[in-house]
Structures are given as C-alpha cells and as structure tokens.
Design a protein around this ligand. Structure first.
Ligand code: OGA
Ligand code: NI
Length: 343
C-alpha cells in the first residue's frame, strides 16, 4: 500500500505545523463528543485484601457481579502491580511515541494479521473517518518469541514490557476467576473454556487537538476479547456508555480500568454485556493510554456456557481467531460483529 502523508500519524501532522483538523478526521454531528455526565459512584474495587485472604476474596465476588451487571466496567486499585513498574511502563511508552517518525515507521503496517504494528487511526487502509490516535499494537504471547519482535528503542522497552505484561496477565487471571465465580461457574471455568489466553497490548497516543470537538480519539466500540485492563495517564478522555449516556472515567493514579469484552458476553449468554466506550481528546494536553486486551486462545471455539443457557443459546459459536479477523476487516464500530452471532 502506498504510504500517504496522513498515514504518518497525528503527531507527525501537528509537528509539521498543522492548525486545523483535516476533513478526514471530522465526525458526523451525531458522533461528535457532546455533553458528558461525571459519575462519582463509578465502581472502584479495592483488591488489596482479596489478594491475600480467601474471605476478602469471597466478599469481592458479589461486588464484581454487581459491577459487571450494571456497568461492564470498573476500576481496580491495590491490585498488586508495583507502582514503580507502572511508572516505567508509562515512561517507555511516552519515549516510544517521542521517537523520530522514521524510527516508528519501521514498524508501520496495515496488515491486520501482523502481530506487531505501528499505525494511526484504526486501520488507514479502510477507515472512512480517521481517529485522532497514533498507536503501537503488539501481541505479548508467546513472550519469548514476541519479545524479539518488539521495538528496539527505547532500549529498556523489551525488558519493561515483558515484566509489565506478565504482571498484568496474572492480575487478569485473578479477575477472570472472580468473574467466573460471579457467574456461578467454577473458578477455572473461563480459563478452561478459553484454553488459556491471548494477550494484546497497545500504546495509544492522542495528541492535543486544535479542534477537539470535531474528532474522536477512538470511536464507539466494545473490545473483542475477554477483559481489557487499561492504564490511563492523568488526562481525562475515556468515556463509557451507560443507560444511553456517555460517562467520563476520571483517572485514578495507578488504577486499572477493567472492561468486559465480547467473548465474556458470549460465554455468559448475554447475562453480562461488553461495555461500549470511546475516547475524546482535548486542546491542551496529549493523552496516553495503555490497554492490555486479554482474550481466549486464538484457536478456541467460544460459545455460551451450557450452565447459563435455558432453552436455546443466544449466540452461535465462533472461533476467536475468526472473530478477530472479521473485526479487523470490518472495522471497530459498536457491537456489529457480536450482533451477527445472535441466534
Ligand atoms: C482501546 C480503547 C480507550 C482509551 O484501545 O480499545 O478503548 O482511553 N482505548 O484509550
Ligand atoms: Ni477499547
């Protein structure tokens, strides 16, 4: 594919002196960021005690159930991932995005099957409206194999990301066990049904924008996998759809935002919903987020848990690998793909 100037990313556009948003980024009136609620009671779960005591862990299950039923979204604090490692991850990610464009473009690809690529928007080969976002996106498993494909710069990228992704994966396993139990399934049900896991990480960079009201950092979508653990910096921008309104997720330092993905909605037979979300940008500060999307093993055939099905299942089965391929080809847009699986 021919690389056009727009494919070099949003940061590059701004560095070349742009003061107005090019037409390709401008959203329709209905899609533009509008009034947003600020909800103080957005669920925040403190995992501190539950990581060390089985009683506290048991007490967390109903809290997880409520958060999953009501929002499909929650934040976790005291999660055991060391703050120093979170700081290191944030700095290598910032350093990566600050590299000269030629260095980042070494990894540019529009091949949606690629296990590591740098890009802008979602997929420039097909996006009709671009998103105000540059990103690096890569798989984290198998770790030894993937590590050699990750960026060579910054020099500590591979080491920090290996440690960080391993710690976050362990946290995700802990949360998936709680989610299993919250569905009245055995603790290891999800892990077994998904044959272990896949893990994809992104470094999202949303540069400050001269006309933030016309664009989105990332359009409304749900994540395809099981759960996503997102680390955001101090700049507000992530919004969640709840009761037909957008709510802004206020950053809590060192917390993770956890949201349910489509495969949990399928496995739960529609009991839990994958949460729709988007990101907005602002005119004064760059924003960075680092989501880690956990998913079933690529080869898993995902279907509703038989224990949760009364009558016929709500969703048809689909291999996770096929789900991801279809999503990459069809675009990130609300729950269109999930809806095609409804029986
Ligand atoms: C994503 C996403 C939101 C954010 O990358 O899937 O939803 O705040 N990001 O960056
Ligand atoms: Ni997302």
């Amino acid at each position: 594919m021919e690389i056009l100037p727009l494919h070099l990313g949003v940061k590059h556009l701004l560095d070349s002196g742009l003061h107005k948003v090019p037409g390709i980024y401008i959203r329709s009136k209905e899609e533009r960021p509008n009034v947003v609620h600020r909800e103080e009671s957005f669920p925040v779960l403190d995992l501190g005690a539950a990581l060390n005591s089985s009683e506290a862990r048991a007490a967390l299950v109903p809290q997880i159930r409520e958060a999953c039923m009501k929002w499909g979204f929650f934040q976790v604090i005291n999660h055991g991932v060391p703050h120093s490692l979170v700081d290191e991850m944030q700095s290598v990610a910032r350093e990566f995005h600050a590299l000269p464009n030629e260095e980042k473009m070494r990894y540019f690809s529009t091949d949606t099957e690629s296990r590591m690529r740098y890009g802008t928007s979602f997929n420039v080969a097909q996006d009709k409206v671009f998103s105000w976002r540059d990103y690096l996106r890569h798989s984290c498993l198998p770790l030894a194999e993937m590590q050699d494909l990750w960026p060579e710069k910054p020099a500590s990228y591979r080491k920090v990301t290996a440690d960080y992704s391993t710690r976050v994966r362990n946290l995700a396993k802990f949360l998936l066990e709680l989610i299993s139990e919250s569905l009245d399934l055995p603790k290891d049900y999800i892990d077994k049904a998904f044959n272990g896991c896949s893990q994809i990480m992104a470094l999202n960079f949303y540069p400050a924008c001269p006309e933030p009201d016309l664009v989105l950092g990332i359009g409304p979508h749900s994540d395809p996998g099981s759960i996503t653990l997102l680390l955001q910096d101090h700049v507000e921008g992530l919004q969640v759809m709840h009761g037909n309104e957008w709510y802004s997720v206020k950053p809590i330092p060192y917390s993770f935002v956890v949201n349910l993905g489509d495969q949990i909605q399928i496995l739960s037979n529609d009991k839990y919903k994958s949460a729709e979300h988007r990101a907005v940008v602002n005119s004064s500060e760059d924003r960075m987020s680092i989501p880690i999307s956990m998913g079933p093993n690529w080869e898993s055939l995902v279907h509703p848990a038989s224990k949760l099905v009364e009558g016929s299942p709500v969703f048809k089965p689909m291999f996770y690998k096929d789900y991801i391929m279809a999503l990459q080809a069809g675009g990130l847009n609300r729950q269109w793909l999930l809806d095609t699986l409804r029986t």
